[in-house]
Design a protein around this ligand. Structure first.
Ligand SMILES: [Zn+2]
Ligand SMILES: [Zn+2]
Length: 353
């Protein structure tokens, strides 16, 4: 059950939660709104930093830190390894390799279509720009449709994804950032979600960083049943492929295993590569960069420095050559009358580096 009395410390807008007004470390001033934010409560362990800790050390004009944020493996895995997650990822990767022995044109088309539906409509448009940042407003059925598309990506429930990403924005490359390359490239890329989280930790994460979504019984239900979605997708792909074309294995391996593996890495490169390589249009206090090949792989998410500088903007490509496919889709939704209050006005004053 939601604890409504505890769901009050995130600024709400018509479009949902404005992450730019989430609490920053003590005494900090929001980069976009200029609002002074308040103190965070006390910590339990380092991994839950941000849910519970007063981060007096960090400042908005903070220097880059070069030492690992999390000092030891034991600290990184206080409750052990999330073995179901490790097993799932291994299964996907093995299946992705096996796919090349089961090629079919039906399987390839299934991969391309589902990749767009899950990684673009689901993750970059739905999870990220709509649910995390409120960059646009859509009718409730459309919002839940995009939430479902995101769940088909097997990147976690909308609640988990949104809470983690908002925490990343507020604590970017500082203590408490869930996935900073300061802790090592591979930690930021794919190891950061391997530790096991207790139910209490997850609940604290959701309440702290996504209280607007945690209040929504539909989103809590989607989180509860999330593991069934990717498993059901795999079963359905095999059954449909086998029934109509006798290509069950091809549809499963290309439409599920290879497709999710490709989408995983394109999302993960945003966490790892675009905080390491690329150029900067804006001076930000994190390590975010714009990286063209990640932008191409991830439907525009690779213009990550632009995004860190102006988090609520629906358009992540700010120069004419910075192609942003997700924003093109948002513009189509706007023309169709399905998207309103699209945050698409580039800043008039240039903060270019
Ligand atoms: Zn973001
Ligand atoms: Zn980032």
């Amino acid at each position: 059950m939601a604890h409504d009395s505890e769901l009050t410390d995130v600024a709400m807008t018509d479009s949902g939660c404005d992450v730019s007004t989430l609490h920053r470390p003590s005494g900090l001033v929001s980069h976009e709104t200029g609002l002074r934010t308040s103190l965070l409560p006390l910590p339990t362990d380092r991994r839950s930093l941000g849910e519970t800790a007063p981060l007096t050390k960090a400042q908005r004009t903070r220097p880059e830190i070069s030492h690992p944020v999390v000092p030891s493996l034991k600290t990184r895995f206080p409750h052990g390894v999330n073995w179901p997650n490790v097993g799932w990822m291994m299964l996907m990767n093995v299946g992705a390799v096996a796919a090349f022995w089961h090629f079919s044109w039906i399987g390839l088309v299934t991969l391309v279509v589902l990749h767009f539906v899950t990684a673009c409509l689901g993750v970059t448009l739905g999870y990220h720009r709509l649910l995390t940042h409120g960059s646009l407003v859509v009718p409730a059925p459309v919002k839940y449709f995009f939430s479902m598309c995101g769940m088909l990506s097997a990147e976690g429930s909308p609640l988990f994804w949104v809470a983690t990403h908002r925490k990343h924005h507020v604590l970017s490359d500082q203590e408490g950032d869930p996935h900073s390359p300061n802790d090592g490239f591979w930690w930021a890329h794919l190891l950061w979600f391997k530790p096991r989280d207790t139910n209490e930790e997850l609940e604290a994460l959701f309440k702290r960083w996504a209280p607007d979504m945690y209040k929504d019984p539909v989103q809590r239900m989607l989180h509860r049943f999330f593991p069934l979605v990717p498993i059901g997708t795999g079963v359905a792909l095999f059954a449909v492929g086998e029934y109509f074309w006798g290509l069950g294995w091809s549809c499963l391996l290309w439409g599920m295993f290879l497709r999710t593996t490709l989408a995983y890495h394109s999302t993960w490169f945003v966490n790892s590569a675009t905080h390491v390589w690329g150029y900067r249009n804006y001076e930000t206090t994190d390590r975010s960069r714009n990286l063209w090949w990640v932008a191409l792989l991830s439907y525009g998410e690779g213009w990550h420095n632009n995004h860190h500088a102006h988090q609520r903007l629906a358009r992540h490509g700010h120069k004419w050559w910075e192609v942003d496919i997700t924003y093109m889709v948002i513009r189509v939704l706007k023309v169709l009358g399905l998207a309103k209050q699209v945050q698409d006005r580039l800043p008039e004053t240039s903060h270019s580096a």
